[in-house]
Design a protein around this ligand. Structure first.
Ligand SMILES: [Zn+2]
Length: 142
């Protein structure tokens, strides 16, 4: 075992180095920490030339981290208010309330709301009807 400044030197063996990183990244207690957390954990006891680069590659290549971690995104723009409609029943909001218990053969409520007046229609229907004839349902109830 070779020590450098009190740390174990890990020889140039990719599998061995990957195992050292894996034991500080993938285990439940480590919780798939980010690059700098893993650098800190590994470098408490180990060292090799390019240790930070190898850890960065390992963390960036971790499938689980790529799927579950939030990455900083570009800042989103300012919130824009929707334009207020000038006439009634020109701008509508349409939504469905689904997965309801079946009552009188109906299990979905079609909700149609006018954005200006907030007047709302509720139309009882079924999921099958929605798929087949949403526009017919809309026309017949408006
Ligand atoms: Zn990970």
């Amino acid at each position: 075992m070779v020590l450098k400044e009190g740390k174990v030197y890990v020889p140039k063996d990719e599998e061995l180095r990957a195992e050292v990183i894996q034991l500080r990244h993938d285990v439940l207690a480590a919780g798939h920490g980010g690059r700098w957390k893993i650098v800190k954990l590994v470098m408490r006891n180990y060292w090799w030339l390019g240790v930070m680069r190898d850890i960065g590659r390992y963390v960036e290549g971790c499938d689980l981290c790529q799927r579950i971690k939030n990455r900083p995104k570009e800042p989103v723009g300012k919130l824009k208010l929707s334009k207020v409609p000038e006439k009634l029943w020109i701008h509508l909001i349409v939504d469905f309330i689904t997965k309801l218990p079946v009552v009188a053969g109906k299990d979905v409520i079609l909700v149609i709301c006018d954005r200006l007046s907030k007047m709302t229609y509720f139309v009882a229907t079924t999921e099958k009807t929605l798929v087949e004839g949403f526009m017919r349902l809309f026309r017949d109830n408006m």
